[in-house]
Design a protein around this ligand. Structure first.
Ligand SMILES: [Ca+2]
Length: 277
């Protein structure tokens, strides 16, 4: 009788402990989803530029992305980012596209424009066949500073938020703002940026240069929150993806410990019940 009561008490305790640990697990993940902003870094799936005086030339394999002023020498940069892995209910707090410059002869205003056609690819885009569906005003502009080897950021928060509700592909175009060069606006000069193909591009680099220049790929940095609970866990800070299995294992530890502890209690109770008094 006494033994039975001890056993049922232990069983009850086990259930309570499991419920508490399950509650704390779900509570922890919900809290993270609601309050914690995470930063995701995405790299372009396509990056290229188009050149007025070589209108048939596809330049997607180039290690560089070029921007040039001047009506008859214009260059435009095209970038495409795949947003399909982002949580569906993500709230975008900030999103910026970052380019690393190499050479900038004059401080220049560069605008970034939304491109609604995502069907282009870096292998085939040329000045002649470049997408026509480009917004008439820039999403943002930024000053690209002299002399180079600096990062420049463009705000694309609204574009990312819009695409998350759209087809989840983000295409953007960069070009020199027509008024930015002032008296130099008729003198063509080129600004050079690193492309995502810096390492494998048409101009191979020596290994020490690769190391020096790592991290210079165009990047899209998004800070977001999500209410999806465990849905966010593929995106811890820093933009590295950890497998869901890893997180499930980590979060299961308290439940397994609680179950083990309860079994230990049952055995102890059983033992003490047997001990003659
Ligand atoms: Ca490219």
């Amino acid at each position: 009788m006494r033994e039975r009561r001890a056993l049922s008490m232990s069983a009850l305790m086990l259930i309570v402990v499991i419920i508490i640990s399950l509650f704390s697990m779900s509570n922890a993940s919900a809290a993270a989803g609601e309050t914690e902003a995470v930063t995701v870094i995405l790299y372009p799936v396509d990056d290229t530029y188009a050149e007025f005086y070589r209108p048939e030339k596809a330049l997607g394999n180039s290690a560089y992305l070029l921007l040039k002023t001047g009506v008859l020498s214009e260059q435009q940069i095209f970038l495409k980012f795949d947003l399909s892995e982002l949580p569906k209910d993500a709230v975008v707090h900030s999103a910026k596209i970052k380019l690393h410059s190499i050479a900038v002869p004059l401080e220049t205003d560069v605008g970034i424009y939304a491109v609604s056609d995502d069907s282009w690819s870096e292998e085939t885009l040329t000045y002649r066949n470049r997408p026509g569906s480009i917004s008439t005003s820039p999403s943002s502009t930024a000053k690209v500073k002299m002399p180079g080897y600096l990062a420049t950021e463009w705000d694309v928060s609204k574009d990312v938020a819009r695409e998350l509700q759209g087809n989840r592909m983000l295409s953007m175009m960069l070009m020199v703002e027509p008024t930015s060069a002032g008296i130099f606006s008729n003198i063509p000069y080129t600004m050079t940026f690193f492309s995502r193909d810096m390492e494998s591009g048409s101009t191979p680099l020596p290994p020490e240069m690769k190391e020096l220049l790592s991290g210079t790929s165009p990047a899209l940095e998004i800070t977001l929150t999500t209410g999806e609970g465990l849905g966010w866990i593929g995106y811890p800070p820093g933009g590295q993806t950890l497998p869901t299995k890893f997180w499930i294992t980590i979060l299961s530890v308290p439940a397994i410990m609680a179950a083990g502890f309860s079994i230990f209690l049952i055995i102890q109770k059983k033992k003490s019940a047997r001990t003659p008094t």
